[in-house]
Design a protein around this ligand. Sequence first.
Ligand code: ATP
Ligand code: ZN
Length: 295
Amino acid sequence: MEENRVKIAIQKKGRLFDESIRLLKQCGIKFRIDSKTLMTSALNLPLDILFVRDDDIPTLVMDGVCDLGIVGQNELLEKQLDKQSGNSDVEIVNKLGFGRCRLSLAFPKKREFKDVTCANDSTIATSYPKLLQQFLDKNNISAKILTISGSVEIAPKLNMADAICDLVSTGRTLEENDLREVMPVLESEAVLIKKIDCSVEINEIIELLDKRMKSVIKARGSKYIMFHAPKAALDDIEKILPGSEKPTIMTLDGETDKVAVHVVSSEGVFWDTLESLKQAGASSILVVPIEKMLE
Ligand code: ATP
Ligand code: ZN
């Protein structure tokens, strides 16, 4: 039935596009896209995927055009503040672990910054006027907000503004424009958002998708570690393994002092961990990625 298909809005192109597609594919959803696709229907689930500008995603979900959306918290919060009454129409289902960035106040390098009061009486350019206003109010700062939709970082050079409030991840763009980050306003990452009042049928499909997403995200950070170790070293070795569950210990044919150990580690496994394992007596260490994980 037409109305029992879930509609999800994702970014058409930009920083969230690749990871959004990868996540859906890893959830086992099969679909075809090309660069002109505006909407596509999954072949193996009642799911339609809409490709839109990220700015439109919160509103599409708030207005009920879509049931789900993948969008940065920065966009979501800005649109919620803008709509005010719309706050209750949409909820965050899950954080997705990509698209991490922060909305920050940045000053030209040559402009003095001691604390946030240095922003008083300034003009600040941003694409996030509502979030900025909230931040200024909280800090009792009075400043003029200049709303521009792109290339905010050139505003000080053009003498349009004294400072900016923009998204930062590495800080390279700021550096290139002789700006420096002076204060964070908001930490953000991509989230799955959902219309609150979906039908039971729609909710069932959303729940399935959410469970799969959680399992994919959990598996991404996890590794399966296998090695051989002297029985006597097991206590020491367990202390080294990061965020691991109880290991599976197996006997090795013809060995009395050595065992094989298999363990799932929920944290990244770095070289220094492997080196410590080796020092503690482990050998033949294998680390393999985990594709899916169901509790
Ligand atoms: P659209 O055409 O969809 O409106 P856009 O230019 O507004 O695209 P992008 O630059 O692709 O958007 O960023 C999309 C989202 O990616 C941001 O809203 C933010 O949540 C996240 N993001 C992560 N790192 C950064 C960064 N360094 N700069 C900007 N956005 C970032
Ligand atoms: Zn945008």
